[in-house]
Design a protein around this ligand. Sequence first.
Ligand code: NAD
Ligand code: TYD
Length: 349
Amino acid sequence: MHILVTGGAGFIGSHVVRHFLKSYPGYRVTNLDSLTYAGNLENLRDIESMPNYRFVKGDITDAGFLDSLFAAESFDGVIHLAAESHVDRSITEPTAFVKTNVLGTVNLLNAAKTGWKGNFEGKRFYHISTDEVYGTLGREGMFTEETPYDPHSPYSASKASSDHFVRAYFDTYGLPVVISNCSNNYGACQFPEKLIPLFINNIRLGKPLPVYGKGENVRDWLWVVDHARAIDVIYHRAKAGETYNIGGHNEWTNIDLIRLLCTIMDRKLGREPGESAKLITYVTDRAGHDLRYAIDSSKLQRELGWVPSITFEQGLEETVGWYLSNREWLENVTSGSYMRYYEEMYGGR
Ligand code: NAD
Ligand code: TYD
């Protein structure tokens, strides 16, 4: 089995690459990544010398490059994670999201369709998507696989569009696709522009914690390793054309989550209880900020038997521990161009 993973140098992709290499020593994994600010080969240091792993630097917006890669290699499957993934960046730079998330996905679909020469026996094109395509919930209810798409941010609009193209290639060409829509991930190696690693880093440095609006928005958090385990079962066992929601039934308002994080950080850093929470600073709300996401993953649990392996409290404890013992990783990714972006985005807040 030879699998092409796109975006394998990013946060979730690096966990997926590691999970497949360790769980299936007989598989070959090719990691294709263009190494944007979010792609970091440091995330893969522990597995990069495995004989069945290969890294290829390349851009999914380059159709010619993808066609030659598929002509040169015989991939049995694709797990497509490469994307622009940060909502705040999509608000300031929407075109980059259309290029990578929409055009890049269509290029990859074309390369697979052509490269596999219409013979899809034993093949699989697995597209990794997000719960954000469903839009926002009120205080009640959960997203199911039947919830109509209603994206609000340029990020979620681009992911929704790519999902539609993936389904269209199943309906039109019979390409054996599967899609999963997952809730917010957290864990080691997440770029510190997303809530949890950004706030861990700011607490460590004694910098303000910019809470958007009143901190009342709700997200449903899943440990990234459990997402990788779900991707494994879906890759191997889902029927072509199927969609699965992935989530841990784990809803938190931002402010409750931030307070829990502050408590863990106080303890781990030997600070007085309540010290880190003093850094909480309420700032202007994100434009178009979705109020609540909540995933109903009962189809995945019922049909494929997947359940999360740890609680949020255990996962957050583990995650904070990872960032505190990998300060060099944090310092490397928060220097240089990221710092300029950080200044622009948060204006020193
Ligand atoms: P990330 O931003 O950490 O990583 C994205 C990776 O894609 C990076 O390594 C980057 O270099 C690469 N990439 C970007 N543009 C590329 C291009 N044009 N060509 C090749 N490579 C390119 O993102 P992530 O959080 O790991 O998310 C991975 C996937 O999972 C995305 O498709 C995202 O929409 C989806 N997802 C993320 C979450 C989450 O909470 N992070 C939740 C659900 C779904
Ligand atoms: P984020 O990690 O960007 O994920 P997403 O927007 O894809 O859900 O944000 C998670 C939540 O935290 C979201 O409601 C926005 C909020 N947030 C803040 O309050 N402050 C911040 O600095 C960031 C990055 C996010």
